[in-house]
Design a protein around this ligand. Structure first.
Ligand code: NAD
Length: 332
């Protein structure tokens, strides 16, 4: 069984090699994204394994099918970057890793909130420079604050549990209400109410056409003055220019992003010596109350181990009997 991996980093190779100690798979690792520019080079593999910023559109699907590729295996949960209609049309199966340590992402969201609020990233640098002043480091208590959680699936639910531990009031919006969360005291409300009443809003819903740019000029207006926004889900849930405007007007009091709409050209790369041409991220980074991490919320040993083992199992099961033991892992 032959798999070509795209967008790989050294840690991907390490964890996927661990999941293949008996060498039943032949791997090809590529650093480049999969997209129309490179798909013609795919040859003699049963499956391609892709990540969040690979672009598997119709054009790519067509070439993959012509090269005999049977599976597009996502080594992530979201699949907004794959053209599913094209996959069906060309008879290619698409699988994913529906759950890999949701706590990894939820804990990172809370880490970002704590950092942004208590400014530990600034304090760290300050103290190393022998500056022991506290001016400018003032935060607020999380205890008693209202957090609005959008999407209470696996990650949103884990985030609710953590926030509950801090003594926060929790409002939530989801298409499905989780009875366990309701028992825990989480109140499901409409989006308008969530925007109006939340001191902090954390996004944990998938990106679908209906919620693209759900955080926009109009919805920001509905939010509390000084609201803190957390996005560890997908960049395009937020209209970035509208958020920049909200920050400039002091309507938004803090912004923590682990994902960014134009992340494809930036994230997972060391660009420390390069000129960044994306003015929007440069503007975002210029605000003292914006914290950005480069799509690292999933990045724990536990999550990478599970991603690798689930991905190779998905491919193995699909190639051998077309059926997946975990039905949620099958997208198409
Ligand atoms: P999940 O499928 O368990 O939960 C998603 C929840 O969102 C479900 O309860 C669903 O009903 C709800 N939902 C769907 N559409 C909605 C909408 N329009 N409004 C509100 N809620 C809606 O998924 P999960 O494992 O919790 O992951 C959530 C998202 O987190 C993924 O789709 C992915 O985009 C993102 N993610 C990010 C990272 C990272 O490293 N930053 C890692 C993994 C996942």
């Amino acid at each position: 069984m032959k798999i070509a991996f795209f967008s790989t980093q050294p840690y991907d190779r390490e964890f996927f090699n661990q999941a293949n100690q008996d060498e039943r798979f032949a791997y090809q690792f590529y650093e480049t994204h999969l997209g129309p520019h490179i798909v013609e080079a795919v040859n003699d593999v049963d499956a391609v394994c892709v990540f969040v910023n690979d672009r598997v559109n119709r054009e790519v699907m067509e070439v993959l099918a012509s090269r005999g590729v049977k599976i597009v295996a996502l080594r992530c949960a979201g699949f907004n970057n794959v053209d599913l209609d094209a996959a069906r049309a060309y008879g290619i199966s698409v699988c994913r890793v529906p759950a890999y340590s949701p706590e990894a992402v939820a804990e990172h969201a809370m880490a970002m909130l704590l950092t942004l609020n208590r400014k530990t990233h600034k304090a760290y640098n300050r103290v190393r420079e022998q500056n022991f002043s506290l001016n400018g480091l003032l935060g607020f208590n999380l205890y008693g604050k209202t957090i609005g959680v959008v999407g209470t699936g696996k990650i949103g639910k884990a985030f609710c549990r953590i926030a509950k531990g801090f003594g926060c009031e929790l409002l939530a919006f989801d298409i499905y209400e989780d009875p366990q969360l309701k028992e825990m005291g989480v109140s499901y409300v409409g989006m308008e109410e969530l925007y109006k009443a939340s001191d902090i809003i954390s996004l944990h819903c998938p990106l679908v056409p209906e919620n693209k740019h759900m955080v926009n000029r109009e919805t920001i207006q509905q939010m509390k003055d000084g609201v803190v926004l957390l996005n560890t889900s997908r960049g395009a849930l937020i209209h970035t220019d509208a958020v920049i405007d909200g920050l400039k007007k002091r309507k938004i009091g803090g912004l923590a992003l682990d994902v960014y709409e134009q992340e494809e050209k930036l994230f997972f790369k060391d660009l420390s010596g390069a000129i960044i041409e994306d003015d929007t991220i440069q503007r975002l980074m210029s605000f003292p109350n914006v914290l950005i991490t480069a799509h690292q919320a999933f990045f724990t040993k536990e999550a990478l181990t599970q991603i690798a083992s689930t991905t190779v199992r998905n491919i193995e099961e699909l190639l051998s009997n077309q059926v997946l033991s975990n039905q949620q892992a099958l997208v198409v």
